[in-house]
Design a protein around this ligand. Structure first.
Ligand code: NAP
Length: 294
């Protein structure tokens, strides 16, 4: 019996799929929206919700402690996966207080509701490699000191420490998965990987404006979200709770991602210029990628 917060997001939807196929009953916490926000799990709901009743969706919000207590008390999950967050780094500079409320205090509210109810449930916290920030060593490990450099990372660092604190202070089975970036067709379209793949698809269908990106030289360790959800499930099946870093160990640049994405529509990019002047041209000399200095 599992509870997933953030089930409507990329990771929550893949984890729900994994758990349902393993025979779990899954309850997903869904916050109220003025329009339907369940596109990533509609296929699951048709198969497992309406037909065999193993997938339930319950209203709730990480900002609302009473909704969390209610869902824990009524669903009595054995495993809790906390994926809900304001998960966008740039947005976290624009709405830092809200980001802290959801991403930091939201995890805390869930842990505290769990402790107060005295449920024996295992708890997973979706921690992030962003917490390493200006890291003092490479590669980063479970013991690398955290040096968050943005409001999202700072909020995640708080939730990370509280998860560890509840494990040590109350003996809870509380796990931190420190995941490097992971992507998929279900990644939000405001993240760079989908921004690129979406623009490439549009260009293949006649879009004439170039794709505009920020720092083409930025490097990231990008994995595949579905694989990472296998890792998350394994963390929760260990004898003892612990913290784990998950990464591919390979760094690739945004420019390399563009090269590969354009290759999918048989366009080989040639690059000219440097820094803000960089441009990716198609074989006919048309500018397909350019830097947006903003
Ligand atoms: P995502 O697609 O942005 O999904 C976030 C989820 O949180 C959505 O279901 C969203 O619901 C929900 N949510 C937001 N605010 C909420 C609130 N106040 N109450 C309840 N639910 C709320 O994120 P993701 O890529 O799947 O990532 C999952 C988790 O892993 C996040 O915590 C993220 O920070 C963390 N993480 C992600 C990565 C990565 O590369 N993807 C790496 C490390 C860590 P709506 O659908 O209603 O918006």
């Amino acid at each position: 019996n599992a509870l997933i917060t953030g089930i409507t997001g990329q990771d929550g939807s893949y984890l729900a799929e994994l758990l349902l196929h393993r025979g779990y009953r899954v309850c997903g916490l869904v916050r109220r929206a003025s329009s339907q926000n369940t596109a990533r799990i509609d296929h699951l709901y048709r198969e497992f919700g309406e037909l065999d009743g193993r997938l339930r969706l319950e209203p709730g919000d990480l900002c609302d402690a009473s909704s969390l207590s209610h869902v824990l008390a009524t669903q009595r999950p054995d495993e809790i996966y906390n994926f809900a967050a304001q998960s966008h780094v740039k947005m976290s500079f624009e709405i830092p207080v809200y980001t802290a409320d959801v991403t930091a205090l939201g995890a805390m509210r869930l842990l505290e509701a769990l402790r107060e109810l005295g449920l024996e449930a295992k708890f997973y916290q979706a921690s992030s490699s962003e917490m390493f920030g200006r890291a003092s060593e490479t590669p980063q490990t479970e013991t690398t000191p955290l040096y968050p450099c943005n409001p999202y990372a700072a909020a995640k660092a708080y939730a990370f420490h509280m998860t560890r604190t509840y494990r040590q202070a109350y003996g809870m089975f509380a796990v931190n998965g420190i995941l490097f970036n992971h992507e998929s067709p279900r990644r939000g379209e405001e993240f760079v990987t989908r921004k690129i793949t979406r623009a490439v698809a549009e260009i293949a269908h006649g879009r004439t404006q170039p794709l505009r990106l920020g720092n083409l030289d930025a490097g990231r360790d990008w994995g595949y979200a579905k694989d990472y959800m296998d890792a998350v499930w394994f963390m929760m099946q260990q004898q003892r709770p612990d913290d784990y870093v998950i990464a591919t160990g390979e760094c690739h640049t945004v420019r390399q991602w563009c090269d590969l994405a354009f290759e999918c529509i048989d366009l080989q990019l040639s690059w000219t210029g440097e820094g803000l002047e960089q441009r990716g041209m198609g074989p006919d000399g048309r500018v397909l990628v350019e830097v947006d200095p903003r």
